[in-house]
Design a binder for this molecule. Structure first.
Ligand code: AP5
Length: 208
């Protein structure tokens, strides 16, 4: 299964990715997680990425395409993968198509998580993430991570101004991909409101 998860910030991509990789046994490739790990490690990539991420801007295509393609070349991706947050621009989607054509591994489906903007803004304002393992929570959840006991913190780009900019960037640069993949006949539209398990049931049904 070679999948892409598409959707605005806060649509629940990371939340659903955890269910998908468990059920289908494929690696979860989140460019956001890879970039945040680089920021935490203080690498050159991390320093560059932080200057864009903190403002809610996209990291330049040439940087992110390199990161994603390098990850897809790892042996654990040979039988399938779940891309979360990549591609995010038409240039990234075209680079991905080219790479997968070279490897003779076309995408099986693109899952488009659909949620109203007011709801995603509400979700992001209340999101907490584990500083240790990155698990996703809401503000109403516990103070410590139930998996690794790490502190739950607010993500740097979940501040009101960065959230507004991320939504604008999504509408301008990422939303066109919905049509891009619909034209290829591999888009699955998933209503992403309601209980997280209900949303996953819709994904399972869409994937057959
Ligand atoms: P990234 O990490 O990909 O963030 P994002 O796309 O903005 O998405 P989020 O992680 O904010 O939300 P999500 O959809 O995963 O929602 P979640 O499951 O957490 O990217 C961050 C930054 O990195 C970008 O802005 C950019 O700078 C850079 N970047 C990354 N990839 C890039 C690329 N390809 N090109 C260029 N730059 C790139 O859920 C959100 C909240 O809602 C949680 O609290 C959760 O508990 C809750 N929730 C989930 N589902 C439900 C539900 N059904 N009902 C109620 N609450 C729910």
């Amino acid at each position: 299964m070679k999948l892409v998860l598409l959707g605005p910030p806060g649509a629940g991509k990371g939340t659903q990715a955890a269910f998908i990789v468990e059920k289908y046994g494929i690696p979860h490739i989140s460019t956001g997680d890879i970039l945040r790990a680089a920021v935490k490690a203080g690498t050159e990539l991390g320093k560059l990425a932080e200057s864009y991420m903190s403002k809610g801007e996209l990291v330049p295509d040439e940087v992110v395409i390199g990161v994603a393609i390098e990850r897809l070349a790892q042996p654990d991706c040979a039988k399938g993968f779940l891309l979360d947050g990549f591609p995010r621009t038409v240039a990234q989607a075209e680079a991905l198509d080219k790479e997968l054509a070279k490897l003779n591994r076309p995408l099986s489906a693109v899952l488009s998580l659909e949620v109203e903007e007011a709801e995603v803004v509400r979700r992001l304002s209340g999101r907490r993430v584990c500083s240790g393992c990155g698990a996703i929570y809401t503000a109403a959840d516990k103070a410590l991570c139930e998996t690794c006991s790490g502190q739950l913190i607010t993500r740097a780009d979940d501040q009101p101004e960065a959230i507004r900019r991320r939504m604008q960037v999504y509408r301008e640069q990422t939303e066109p991909l919905v049509n891009y993949y619909a034209m290829k006949g591999i888009l699955k539209r998933i209503p992403a409101v309601g209980d997280v398990k209900e949303v996953f049931t819709r994904i399972e049904a869409a994937l057959g």
